[in-house]
Structures are given as structure tokens and as C-alpha cells.
Design a protein around this ligand. Structure first.
Ligand SMILES: [Cu+2]
Length: 141
């Protein structure tokens, strides 16, 4: 009868050994998972999406010459820039005649320029503040 009593002990030893092996395997896989932490990707710098304006593009030049605006009437598209260029030996201005003024160049000294970009459609008569008969018109179509 003594040999029968050994079976439960042997069985218990085998179950404990298997349980120990399973526990070790599980611990190992857990350790592997802990090493699998995601490294955050380096932040890519956000490039400035603003396109660079090409100098001279979308610009129309009006000469201030011999006390006249030349050409006197200019028709342009929206977002066109007018560049008034003073070729006279005296100062001029280009002041819109509307109120409040759409544009007002202030003093444009001889050889100087004044730029204004028209972003709305309309007809804009303007005048030189120093010479009342010096007039022009910008038509924004
Ligand atoms: Cu003038």
C-alpha cells in the first residue's frame, strides 16, 4: 500500500514544475513586451506655406512725368499692384478721391516710388495733392 501513496506527491511535483515553467515563460514574454515601447517620431518642422512673391509680377507702373500720370487711366485685375514712379524733379502724391481714401501715397519725392495693391473691384479716381489738375483713374475689373 505504500507505493500508492507516492503517486499524488509525484503528480503534485509535476504540476508545480509545469506551473513554474509557465510562469517563467509568461514573465519572459511580459519583459519582452515592456521593451517594445514605441519611440515617438521626431517632429518634422512645419515649413512656411506662404509662397514667395515674385518681384515685378502683377505690377503695373504709372509714371509721374511732366505733371501728368502716364498712363492716365489704367485697367487692372484684382490683386494687381500699381507702382507710381515719380520721374519729375518735384514731389507728387497719388491720393484716392473717395472718402475714406482707398489709398493715400503721402509725399512721393523725385525718383521715389509708391505701391498700392488693389484687392477690391471698382473705379478709383485719384489726384495729386499738390497739383489739382494732375488726375488719374484706376479701374479694377
Ligand atoms: Cu503733383
Amino acid at each position: 500500500m505504500t507505493h500508492q501513496a507516492r503517486w499524488p506527491t509525484l503528480l503534485a511535483a509535476i504540476v508545480m514544475a509545469v506551473a513554474l515553467i509557465l510562469a517563467l515563460v509568461q514573465a519572459g514574454s511580459t519583459a519582452t513586451m515592456l521593451h517594445d515601447d514605441a519611440t515617438p517620431a521626431p517632429a518634422t518642422p512645419d515649413p512656411d506655406g506662404t509662397p514667395l512673391a515674385t518681384p515685378g509680377a502683377n505690377e503695373v507702373v504709372i509714371d509721374m512725368e511732366s505733371f501728368t500720370f502716364n498712363p492716365q487711366t489704367v485697367t487692372i485685375l484684382v490683386d494687381t499692384t500699381i507702382v507710381w514712379t515719380n520721374l519729375d524733379p518735384v514731389a507728387h502724391t497719388a491720393d484716392a478721391s473717395d472718402d475714406p481714401r482707398t489709398f493715400d501715397s503721402g509725399n512721393i519725392a523725385p525718383g521715389e516710388r509708391y505701391r498700392h495693391t488693389f484687392d477690391t473691384r471698382g473705379t478709383f479716381p485719384y489726384v495729386c495733392n499738390y497739383h489739382g489738375n494732375m488726375r488719374g483713374t484706376i479701374v479694377v475689373d
